[in-house]
Design a protein around this ligand. Structure first.
Ligand code: FE2
Length: 245
């Protein structure tokens, strides 16, 4: 894995064309992301080096695992933002969340609670790896009836999608957007995730790209060169990242 990148390697300009990263875990202590403010700023500096101008960080909201809510997230975010400012970092940072699709999210929707969105009312969603949530359709429907567009984080990583890729089309038809994890393309998660990512990319399924960066190592891996064919494939599609509000 470490052999993938060489010293002084120039990252592909494709990444800088995205301008905004929309998926990361850069608030220490509230999920499985960075462990400290120092790690957080190391990642943020890495994004700057890659040519990004903005990071939208998205801590997990996963009741029972990461018991976060907008108040906890905003408090942590302010500490991160203040630290970046003190350290003189130029990159812009804002905050949303990655919501686990479960009964709590359904309840939040039914009781009209505040949801942490980004861009033009987009919400990042994740699910368990092995089974699609029974309430998925209901959640998608309720979000859309609130004019919120669900963004499915890294569909290529779910075992239930890998086993039945045709499910993807039905989710897109229901009004979800797909977000590719950039590291899926290099096989970081698994060969299966990589193959599905390439297939979905060829089919034009992805609207957004994210790093899903949890630690400085993953940021380093983003700099690893991808095969020319993959970069060409990426360049044939346009992504919403650069035009986000
Ligand atoms: Fe994530």
């Amino acid at each position: 894995m470490f052999g993938l990148f060489k010293k002084n390697h120039q990252p592909d300009p494709f990444l800088s064309s995205l301008k905004t990263d929309i998926h990361s875990h850069l608030i220490p202590g509230i999920d499985d992301g960075v462990k400290s403010l120092e790690e957080s700023i190391k990642v943020a500096r890495g994004f700057e080096d890659l040519g990004y101008g903005r990071i939208i960080t998205t801590p997990h909201i996963y009741p029972g695992v990461y018991d976060n809510n907008p108040t906890i997230i905003r408090k942590g975010f302010e500490e991160v933002r203040e630290f970046y400012k003190q350290e003189g970092l130029d990159i812009e940072i804002s905050v949303a969340a990655e919501y686990f699709v479960d009964e709590h999210l359904l309840e939040s929707l039914k009781s009209n609670q505040e949801l942490m969105t980004f861009g033009n009312n987009l919400i990042l969603l994740e699910t368990g790896f092995y089974e699609p949530p029974m309430i998925f359709d209901e959640v998608i429907f309720l979000l859309r009836s609130r004019q919120i567009t669900p963004v499915f984080a890294h569909p290529e990583r779910y075992v239930y999608i890998q086993n039945k890729p045709e499910l993807a089309k039905s989710y897109l038809e229901k009004g979800m957007l797909f977000q590719l994890n950039f590291l899926s393309l290099s096989g970081y998660y698994s060969g299966k995730a990589k193959n599905i990512a390439i297939d979905f990319l060829k089919s034009g399924y992805y609207s957004l790209i994210g790093s899903d960066c949890h630690k400085p190592l993953q940021l380093e891996l983003l700099k690893a060169p991808l095969p020319k064919k993959v970069i060409e494939l990426l360049s044939q599609h346009s992504f919403m990242n650069s035009g986000l509000e």
